[in-house]
Every structure is written in C-alpha cells, then in structure tokens.
Design a protein around this ligand. Structure first.
Ligand SMILES: *Cc1c(COP(=O)(O)O)cnc(C)c1O
Length: 377
C-alpha cells in the first residue's frame, strides 16, 4: 500500500460515537451548536476569516470579530479588555511570559493542570504550589496562598478554577483579596469554567482570566479567550517594534478561520447556557448521590459544585482482575450501552462530566453501571 493510499483512507473516516451519551470531561462542553456546525463548511478554508482584514485579526469588522472581542467578550469575562488565543494554555503562557522574568516564582494551586507547569517551564519560571488537602477531597485552602506569598516573593499567582481532575472550586474571591493585599497579579484559569458557569474576573479581583473554546465554549479548536485589566494591555498585548500593528506575545495573529467562526457562532448559546448553571450543579449532585448508592465514592469536594467529577470504583477494578479483557471490559460494556467517554482500560477511578447529558441520560449511565456490577457479580 502506498502512503498516498493510506492517506486517502482518511476521507472515509467517521465518528460513530458522536451521537452517544457523552460523559467525557474534555468533550461535554465543546459539542458544537447547530449554528457552529454550519460554520464548519462556510469557514473551512484556511484564512477564511481574513477577507476584510487590514492587519489585525481583532479589528476585523466583517465578520464582526472586533465587536466580539472588544464588546461581547469583555462583558462576558468581566474584564476590561479581551483577546483571542489558541486555547487556555496559550493564554496562560502569554501571561506568564509577559508578566514574569526567567527565574521568578509563580504561586499556583496544587491541583494545577499539566499545561500550566509546561508553560512555566517554557517561560523559565519556578512554580511554587499550594498543596491540596489530599484524599479524599483534595481541597486547596485559599489561606495557603497568603502563606505561600509570605514565604516567597512571587511575580504571579495562578488559580485553577475549577481544577480539571476533581472539579473543585477554591474560594476565588478570597484568593483575589490575598493577591490584592500582597500586590501580586492573579490569573484565573477558567478552562472548565468560562462557557459553563457564570465567572467574571472582576468579581474575584483577578487581573487575568483564560477560557478554552474547544473545552467549554461549544467551539471547534484550538481556540481560547483571554481577558485582562486595562493596565496589562501594554504588557501582554505589546506591539512589535518592527511591525507596528502586530502583537509580540501571540506572534502577530491567532485563530484565523473556522475555529473563530464556530466560537462566535456558538457564543449567544454559551452566554445563555451559563445562566442555567444551578441546574447543572443540581444534576451533578444528583448523579453523585446515585453513584454513591452503587457503592462508589466521589472524590473532591462534597457537596460537589461542578460537572467534572472523579469516582473511586474498586468493585469495577475487582472485575477487571477476573475477566479476559482486563480493564477494557468496562469501556466496552459502556459503549455497547450507548455511553461514551470513559478512558479505555480505566476501572479504578473514573473521571467524568455530567454537563452534556440530561438527567434521564444520566439515569441510563447509572443503570448501566448497576447492570455491569450485576452481570459480573
Ligand atoms: C483542559 C485544561 C487546560 C488546557 O486547555 P486548552 O484550551 O486545550 O489549552 C488548561 N487548564 C485546565 C485546568 C484544563 O482543564
């Protein structure tokens, strides 16, 4: 078979799981709206957003990128200004890289995402983590930030809100107060917040907030948003000396096509959906109780306040020790029941999200676990 023929097989690819009940944390907040799905074709060509660009992506008037970036995003993020990025991690890196110097210390919560650590490495700064409380809640005490800032002179404080494993929400307003008292800028990493739940950085006294289009804003990716206080414009969005219209930190331009078109097309729906967050939290808590009734243990904060959750599931692990497929039996059993999103092979602890599924569908998920426990008893 030639390589060309191998590649041609790609044209026949399908995603058979697309319409199943989806509980995969990464995917539940990024399922496209119908409006965004139409944009996939309309703006699929490279540089398609740039028909009327006069040098700056964020100034394009048609489609209305300028209005989106200068009016709609700041209002949504509770920031003075906003810009577009390739994703949450890119926003985190831009902020670290422009606000700190190599060798500086950045204080961060102990539940930070790996990409924050990698961004810090790339920028040559040291992370000083505020430890979590350990098993079973893994909470980060906001007062730990005050202690960390007393111990070390820090250039930046990063709070993951919520963290991507347990879905814990640290008291961000308290962390903002501490940052303000110590005069250290605060970055909120809202990869799992912006687009799911109401979150406005000025309510927390934060200097920056990042969100992820392809994680929580019903957008194709990579795409992301970054909001900040006006005073940081000259630092994070500083311009090139050689090309006066271009910003340095993003190398002059970011999401130039279909990813931005889908982000904008889904935005009205996203703005509306965050107003139903209390229903999402109620659904998550109901699901958590139903899972605990099956004998599983929810880790992280209880009562839980986010759709991202981890359960300890020793009974499912025990089964994996007895069956031919080992850990893979669980993913196969769930798939055959129309449920998508468990990591193949994983049985000891399951990470999942209740965001996209209805209560009825989550009932089916609980029933599936119950049926599997009975089948292998
Ligand atoms: C998923 C995730 C990221 C990375 O988001 P991208 O938009 O893909 O860069 C960063 N931080 C947290 C907490 C996440 O959960």
């Amino acid at each position: 078979m030639t390589r060309q023929a191998d590649l041609e097989k790609l044209t026949g690819l399908t995603r058979p799981h697309r319409d199943m009940i989806n509980i995969m944390p990464l995917q539940t907040g990024s399922i496209l709206t119908d409006a965004a799905r139409r944009m996939l074709l309309e703006f699929g060509d490279g540089y398609s957003i740039c028909d009327f660009c006069q040098g700056r992506l964020v100034d394009i008037a048609n489609p209305p990128v300028r209005q989106f970036v200068t009016e709609m995003l700041p209002e949504f993020l509770g920031s003075d200004i906003a810009t577009l990025t390739y994703g949450a991690r890119d926003g985190v890196f831009m902020v670290i890289h422009s606000v700190t110097k190599p060798g500086d210390v950045v204080v961060v919560d102990g539940n930070r995402h790996y990409s924050t650590a990698v961004a810090a490495e790339r920028a040559g700064v040291e992370l000083a983590p505020v430890p979590n409380s350990g098993y079973p809640e893994y909470k980060v005490d906001p007062e730990g930030f005050a202690q960390a800032l007393r111990d070390r002179k820090a250039a930046l404080l990063i709070l993951t809100y919520p963290d991507g494993r347990f879905g814990n929400l640290v008291d961000a307003a308290r962390v903002g107060e501490i940052a303000g008292t110590e005069g250290v800028p605060l970055l909120l990493n809202g990869a799992y917040a912006v687009g799911r739940m109401p979150v406005r950085m000025n309510d927390f006294g934060a200097d920056f907030i990042v969100g992820s289009g392809h994680k929580s804003m019903a957008s194709a990716g990579p795409s992301g948003v970054l909001g900040m206080k006006q005073k940081w414009q000259e630092v994070v969005l500083r311009r090139s000396a050689l090309h006066k219209t271009k910003e340095i930190e993003c190398l002059g331009c970011t999401v130039r096509g279909v990813t931005l078109a889908t982000l904008m097309a889904s935005f009205p729906t996203v703005v509306e959906r965050v107003t139903h967050w209390d229903e999402q939290v109620a659904k998550a808590q109901w699901f958590s109780s139903a899972m605990e009734e099956l004998g599983f243990t929810q880790l992280g904060e209880k009562p839980h306040r986010h759709d991202i959750m981890v359960f300890e599931t020793p009974a499912l692990f025990d089964i994996s020790q007895r069956v031919r497929e080992r850990g893979f039996y669980l993913y196969k059993e769930m798939e055959s029941r129309g449920i998508w999103g468990l990591k193949p092979g994983q049985t000891k602890a399951l990470e999942l999200s209740t965001f996209a599924a209805s209560r009825e569908e989550l009932g089916q998920v609980v029933d599936a676990f119950k049926a599997i426990l009975e089948k292998y008893r």
